[in-house]
Write a protein that binds this ligand. Structure first.
Ligand code: GLU
Length: 497
C-alpha cells in the first residue's frame, strides 16, 4: 500500500562528512514517500555542530543527491515556505523554544563546570555505572537560575526528564517501544555557546516544518524517548517515526566504521556516493541497490527504476533488521541498469571514463562500440580496460600470448602471416566476411579455431580478453587491423630462435 495523504519528509544531513550509503538510502526513501504521496521532500542542513563543520560538505551532499536524481522541493539553495533550511540560520528560534521549555518547567539551566562533569563521569565509570548527569542543578529555584543566567554565568540548558514512570514510543515499522524514564538522562538541549543540539533543534524544525514522517537511522533509537518527551513537553503532535535498519560490514560482523570505509576503497569499493560515481556505478543501480537494503516489494522482483520505486515503495514493508552491505549485488544491479540504458545515453556516460584513462574517444567510434560494449560492462570504469585499445594508435601484444598453448613459435608466425593474407584479401573485415575464411584457415593449418582467434585477438587488441573479435575488427577497420597484424608478425619473427 502506498501513501496517499501528502507526506512532508526531510533529509537532514550534518555537513561533517560525505553522503554515504546509509544517508543516501534515507534520502531515497524520503524522496519516494514525497513523490508517491504528492507531498514534499525537504533538505535541511543540520550544521549546529560548529566544531565538526566541514566547509564544502553541504555542496558535496547536494551534488551527490543530484547525481542520484533525488531532487528536493525545499532546501537551503532553493528556499521554501518553511525556511531557513540551514540550522545555523535558526539559532534564535531554538533559543526561544528552549526558553519556553525552561518556563514551563521542562528544562533548566545547568551551571556545572566541565571539571565537575568530568569528575562525575569518572566516578560513575569507576562504579561501573552508565555515565549520566546527577541532577545537581535540577532544583535550583527558577528565579535564582534566571538571575545567574542574566548575570552571564556560563550554562547549558538541560531537559528535565521525569524521574519515574515510562514512555512508550511508537515506531511505524518497529511498533511500540517502552523505555523507563529513570534510565534516561537530563540531556543537554543547548550548549554553553548557545548552539542547540539535535535533540532540540531537529524536534523544533520537524514541528515548524510540518514534517509528517521522520525517517532516520536506528542509531537514534537510544535517544528516541528523549525526543518523544520533548514533543510532549511542547504539547505537539508527533510525526510518524521510522528508524531504518543499520548497515553491517560486508562480512556481516558489526557496524561499518570510518576505518572500514577507508579499507574498502583499496578493493575499488566504497560506501560514499561520490566515490561510487567515480568507480563507474550509475545512479539507477545505486538507487535500486539501496532501495532493496531494507525494503522488498515481493520475494522475487529486483529490477526497479526510480519511477517503479515511486509507484511500488511501501513504507510498511520496510525491514528493521540490520543488513550486511553486499557489493556483488551492486555490481549485479549496475550491469542490469547499464544494459537498460539507451545507447546514446550510455555513450555520453562512458566517454568521460575513456578520457580519464587518457584516451581521446570520438563519438562515431564510440557509437559503433556501444552494441558490443553494453552487454559486457559491469561498471563504466571497466570500459577503458575492456575497450581502450579501440583508441590506441598502436597496441603492444604480449609475445607469450601470441604463441598459444600447444602451438610452436614457427606455427604462430605462420598463422599470423596467413591471417594477414586472408584478411587483406577481404574487401572489408566483418563477421560475415571474415569468420568463415579464418575458420577454414585454422582447419587447413591443423590448428584449433580458438588458438587462431587467440593470436588474432592478441595482435589486434593486445588483450587476452576482448569484445567479440570480428565485431571489434569491423569497428577498428581493415587498415588498422592489418597494421596491427604486421606488428605482431614482426614480434613473432624476433621469437623464432
Ligand atoms: N543530522 C542528523 C544526522 O546527520 C539527522 C538525523 C535525522 O535524520 O533526524 O545524523
Amino acid at each position: 500500500m502506498t501513501l496517499t495523504k501528502p507526506a512532508r519528509v526531510r533529509f537532514a544531513p550534518s555537513p561533517t562528512g560525505r553522503l554515504h550509503l546509509g544517508g543516501a538510502r534515507t534520502a531515497l526513501y524520503d524522496y519516494l514517500i514525497a513523490r508517491q504521496s504528492g507531498g514534499q521532500f525537504v533538505l535541511r542542513i543540520e550544521d549546529t555542530d560548529r566544531k565538526r563543520f566541514l566547509p564544502g560538505a553541504e555542496q558535496e551532499f547536494m551534488d551527490a543527491l543530484h547525481w542520484l536524481g533525488l531532487q528536493w522541493d525545499e532546501g537551503p539553495d532553493i528556499g521554501g515556505p518553511y525556511g531557513p533550511y540551514r540550522q545555523s540560520e535558526r539559532k534564535e528560534i531554538y533559543l526561544q523554544y528552549a526558553q519556553q521549555l525552561v518556563e514551563s518547567g521542562h528544562a533548566y539551566p545547568c551551571f556545572c563546570t566541565p571539571e565537575r562533569l568530568e569528575k562525575l563521569r569518572s566516578e560513575q565509570q569507576a562504579r561501573k555505572q552508565q555515565p549520566r548527569y546527577d541532577g545537581h542543578c535540577r532544583n535550583i529555584p527558577p528565579e535564582e537560575a534566571a538571575a545567574r543566567v542574566a548575570a552571564g554565568e556560563p550554562h547549558v540548558i538541560r531537559f528535565k526528564m521525569p524521574r519515574d514512570g515510562s514512555v512508550t514510543c511508537h515506531d511505524l515499522i518497529r511498533g511500540d517501544i517502552t523505555y523507563r524514564n529513570d534510565q534516561l538522562d537530563d540531556s543537554i538541549l543547548v550548549k554553553s555557546d548557545g548552539w542547540a543540539l539535535y535533540h532540540l533543534a531537529a524536534m523544533v524544525d520537524d514541528h515548524l516544518m510540518k514534517i509528517t514522517h521522520v525517517l532516520r537511522g536506528a542509531e537514534w533509537l537510544p535517544t528516541f524517548p528523549l525526543h518523544v518527551h520533548v514533543y510532549r513537553a511542547f504539547g505537539w503532535e508527533q510525526p510518524e517515526w521510522v528508524h531504518l535498519s543499520l548497515f553491517l560490514k560486508p562480512s556481516g560482523k558489526g557496524k561499518m566504521s570510518k576505518r572500514d570505509a577507508a579499507e574498502l576503497m583499496k578493493d575499488g569499493r566504497s560506501v560514499y556516493i561520490t566515490d561510487l560515481r567515480g568507480l563507474g556505478y550509475i545512479p539507477e543501480a545505486v538507487n535500486n541497490w539501496a532501495a532493496l537494503m531494507g525494503w522488498s516489494y515481493d520475494d522475487h522482483t529486483e529490477f526497479f527504476t526510480l519511477a517503479d520505486l515511486v509507484e511500488k515503495f511501501d513504507i510498511r514493508r520496510l525491514n528493521p533488521s540490520p543488513a550486511a552491505i553486499n557489493f556483488s549485488k551492486l555490481d549485479h544491479f549496475n550491469g542490469l541498469h547499464i544494459r537498460h540504458l539507451d545507447q546514446e545515453d550510455l555513450l555520453r556516460r562512458v566517454k568521460p571514463f575513456f578520457e580519464q584513462a587518457g584516451y581521446h574517444p570520438d563519438d562515431a567510434t564510440l557509437r559503433k562500440m556501444m552494441p558490443i560494449l553494453q552487454p559486457r560492462l559491469k561498471t563504466l570504469d571497466d570500459a577503458p580496460v575492456v575497450a581502450g585499445f579501440f583508441f590506441r594508435e598502436e597496441v603492444e601484444p604480449d609475445p607469450q600470448r601470441l604463441v598459444p598453448k600447444k602451438v610452436t613459435p614457427p606455427q604462430a608466425l605462420e598463422a599470423a602471416k596467413r591471417l594477414y593474407e586472408v584478411l587483406s584479401a577481404l574487401p572489408e573485415v566483418t563477421l560475415e566476411s571474415g569468420e568463415q575464411p579464418v575458420r577454414a584457415l585454422a582447419e587447413e593449418m591443423g590448428l584449433k579455431a580458438g588458438a587462431l582467434f587467440g593470436i588474432l585477438r592478441e595482435a589486434v587488441t593486445g588483450q587476452a580478453v576482448s569484445p567479440p573479435i570480428f565485431e571489434t575488427m569491423e569497428i577498428i577497420g581493415k587498415e588498422t587491423v592489418l597494421k596491427r597484424l604486421q606488428h605482431a608478425i614482426e614480434i613473432l619473427e624476433t621469437m623464432q630462435n
